[in-house]
Design a protein around this ligand. Structure first.
Ligand code: GBH
Length: 465
């Protein structure tokens, strides 16, 4: 009989999506081609001191010109799905007004290339590259930006709705609002907690309007979602003070997005916690219902857990903080290995997060739309890239995902972040997240060991090996 099998094999449902993810500004380059307008990331990257080494996405990995080769790589790996974003400023150079047909042509070519390779496109409408002209009018602090996003979504849906089934409105509105407007680490680089909370609401509203637009153009054939980087937050202890710190971070990081999107209401405790920053009067009657658009799945990006504790006196209420109203909280160091991003590694956080969302939000179907790690990768003397740390990381997180499925979570897919090394935002090209190595001077692509491993995993899971 079977005895002492070390680990139960991972099990994923039939039809599970095996993918990799990217985003427009991080890979495309071609910053001034075919009528593309400037985005807040062009402006930010050109501002001295904002991005390490002065790196920009001007060329990136030149995917705009090399997308055919890149789709071939995906097909070689046996990916069944590919997650990418459309660049709003390619499609509407100033964020409103007539469509730039050449911009949409590129995504049509990409989608057709994917479909003919048998790869399912997962299209994200917004991965942080806001048209600069909209930022000049206040960006996400301005309600008008949400309305413009609804129009933009309709344009993309009209062109691609006959061949794209999986639609995601926003990628990580947490980052857009908090890194963009509270701590200023990302474009547009503003440091204003009240502005960040207004941005949260207008991003939520944009999500609702975008979802509505796609639904009305594509109909029930559209599978609609939003991708959130939910915070797998833990309290440093079970003391009432630490548990209250947990409640506050969870509120600002998670429930401020999840509750209006999935329940149609804002969490009262968070509105009260942040009343000293804003009166929330920008929430108009009917907005929560708009935000609560019917979704088919929730996208989750997971990298690392976060441990929080009560204020220890070292923080200040007014401190520059990612999480508005939370500058006084403390984040004790935890005894976990870390990636070169300095992010603690702990796959159990993924299992906790999936279980929590499943429990609190009615068993909503989920997709892991990003997971992966940065590593100090280099090409060895024999032309190979050894990244055993990444293989371990992905394997552990797939185990955690499989455990969540066994525990009842309706998980539909897993996307590696990222397919290629690319422009890692404020870190520039210094941090490599890809399973495919990119030699930037030559743009040569080389599969890392993790890419070979991922190909084998997918084949095995799909019963092809
Ligand atoms: C994603 O953002 C983005 O969608 C993607 O474009 C990006 O390239 C990728 O991840 C890698 O960064 O300091 O320990 O508290 C992820 C952004 C990462 C923000 C984790 C919050 C908390 C780390 N999040 N981070 S910690």
């Amino acid at each position: 009989g079977a005895t002492a099998t070390a680990v139960a094999p991972r099990r994923f449902p039939v039809g599970f999506h095996w993918g990799a993810a990217s985003s427009a500004y991080q890979i495309e380059g071609a910053w001034n081609e075919d009528g593309r307008g400037p985005s807040i990331w062009d402006t930010f990257a050109r501002t001295p001191g904002r991005v390490r080494n002065g790196d920009t996405g001007d060329v990136a990995i030149d995917h705009y010109h090399r997308y055919r080769e890149d789709v071939r790589i995906m097909a070689d790996l046996g990916l069944t799905a590919y997650r990418f974003s459309t660049a709003w400023p390619r499609i509407q150079p100033t964020g409103s007004g007539p469509v730039n047909g050449a911009g949409l042509d590129f995504y049509e070519r990409l989608v057709d290339e994917l479909l003919s390779a048998g790869i399912t496109p997962f299209l994200t409408l917004y991965h942080w590259d806001l048209p600069q002209a909209l930022e000049d009018e206040g960006g996400w602090t301005n309600r008008e930006t949400a309305l413009r996003f609804g129009d933009y979504a309709a344009h993309v849906a009209r062109r691609l709705g006959d061949r794209v089934e999986f639609w995601t409105t926003l990628n990580e509105p947490w980052c857009s609002a908090y890194l963009g407007y509270s701590s200023g680490k990302h474009a547009p680089g503003r440091v204003d907690q009240a502005a960040a909370l207004a941005a949260v609401h207008h991003l939520n509203l944009a999500h609702g309007l975008g979802a509505q637009a796609v639904r009305s153009v594509v109909g029930d054939a559209a599978q609609l979602s939003v991708t959130l980087n939910l915070c797998a937050v833990r309290a440093a202890s079970q003391s009432p003070e630490d548990l209250d710190a947990l409640r506050r971070i969870d509120g600002v990081a998670n429930r401020l997005f999840l509750d209006p999107m999935l329940r149609g209401s804002y969490p009262a405790d968070v509105l009260a916690d942040t009343a000293h920053l804003t009166d929330w009067s920008f929430i108009r009657e009917g907005d929560p219902a708009t935000i609560n658009a019917r979704l088919d799945a929730l996208g989750i990006n997971y990298y690392t857990p976060l441990t929080v504790a009560a204020p220890d006196g070292s923080g200040h209420v007014e401190a520059v903080t990612d999480h508005p109203g939370c500058g006084d909280l403390s984040f004790p160091d935890v005894d976990l290995p870390r990636t070169i991003m300095d992010w603690p590694i702990d796959a159990t956080g993924l299992h906790e997060l999936l279980m929590r969302v499943h429990r609190d939000y009615d068993g909503i179907p989920m997709v892991i739309t990003e997971n992966g790690m940065a590593n100090d990768d280099y090409i060895g003397p024999t032309g190979e890239v050894h990244d055993p740390e990444r293989i371990q990381y992905v394997s552990d997180h797939l185990d955690a995902a499989a455990r969540a499925i066994a525990d009842g979570v309706d998980l539909r897919g897993y996307f590696q972040w990222s397919l290629h090394d690319n422009f890692e935002w404020a870190y520039g090209y210094g941090k490599r997240f890809g399973i495919v190595y990119v030699d930037y001077p030559t743009q040569k692509r080389t599969l890392k060991a993790s890419a070979h491993w991922y190909r084998d995993q997918i084949a095995q899971e799909r019963g092809l090996a």
